[in-house]
Design a protein around this ligand. Sequence first.
Ligand SMILES: [Zn+2]
Length: 438
Amino acid sequence: MADPAWRAVRGRVLTFLAPPLGAGDGASYRYLADGLVLARDGRIAAVGEASPLLATLPADTPVDHYPDGLVLPGFIDPHIHFPQTQVIASYGAQLLEWLERYTFVEEQRFADAAHAAEQAVFFFDELARNGTTTALAFCSVHPVSADAFFTEAERRGMGMLGGKVMMDRNAPPALTDTAQSGYDETKALIERWHGRGRQRVAITPRFAVTSTPEQLAAAGALKREHPDLLVQTHLSENHAEIETVRRLFPEATGYLDVYDRFGLTGERSLFGHCIHLTEAERRRMAETGSVAVFCPTSNLFIGSGLFEMGQAREAPAMRVAVATDVGGGTSFSMLRTLAEGYKVQQLLGRNWSALEAFHLATAGNAAALGLAGEIGTLEPGAFADLVVLDARATPVMANRMARIDGDLEEELFVLMTLGDDRAVRATYAAGRLIHAAS
Ligand SMILES: [Zn+2]
């Protein structure tokens, strides 16, 4: 190993212990004004007050010190499209037209292994620059795109989850597989990548519009054969999409029921968007333990609608995650994502506290991926995936912070409202520095 087995990061340390019940819930987190995170062989060995912990370390232990930096678990992005990096900010279309006009054109380029490899470098650089250390990604229909994705993640020591999309209708021929080939190719990816180091494969039917019943049945078979795998797809993003699903699956009682009847709901299933669920669907999401993934920048940009966080939490509560959904989403930054998430709740007459937002982007998203304790926390035993944030990164932020007298929640709110990649001082994956602000 080129890097030393030991590494220490010193700064203002923050990690969540439980989902915050709202603003001011001081019992939900642990904060150390001068803390130290000690990593050994990629995992967190100890966390505590800096002085006593430093006294126990060998003198030559490398210590990265960020006196004003806020050290948190790295951000987790549980819904992002790897092949859409170059269609981000494409003008003037809602979901189905946006897919046809931009995305389905762009994704065809990922049949080329060299292009996929080149874009993977950009993609992971961008995640690291934004403090994101784990993502659950949709690759293109081509297995080579997933190979490029995992190869680059492995090279950087980042723990990633993803799968090739399965789509066998309503897409250009160059972007379709078949029920059988989608199954076979996913199976081969599982053999190549699932559980290799930190990499994990997810079963990835794009959405009900682009899969035949035979393909959804094949996805269900994969889930039965590999119960530890995640399933990721889309649900109830846009009215025209919901109407199309109703036409394609007249026997189903609704959009969620399409996935349900093929065995694709459950605690390891993540559904992007879930904006226009009926009351019965919300209940069914809660009953099955399925996760609704809130993608605010995407929902606003594509004009899909407003996801009600407050309603999702009402009994029976749905499990919820928050994600960028690049390239429908307009930023790789989880800070920008939280800012837009807050504004969506404001439009609905609700609030979303900074504590809840930061918890969701770290420990909450980890739980949604079934990785609580592994990532999204600074507790010993977890991977040493860290982000160091600077709430004074821009003139506006520094000027605002001058009026805040050491209140952590206000600082977090400034970070999520005004921050972006400029507020990320450093990012670590498995104890290794993978990004440092210049
Ligand atoms: Zn998506």
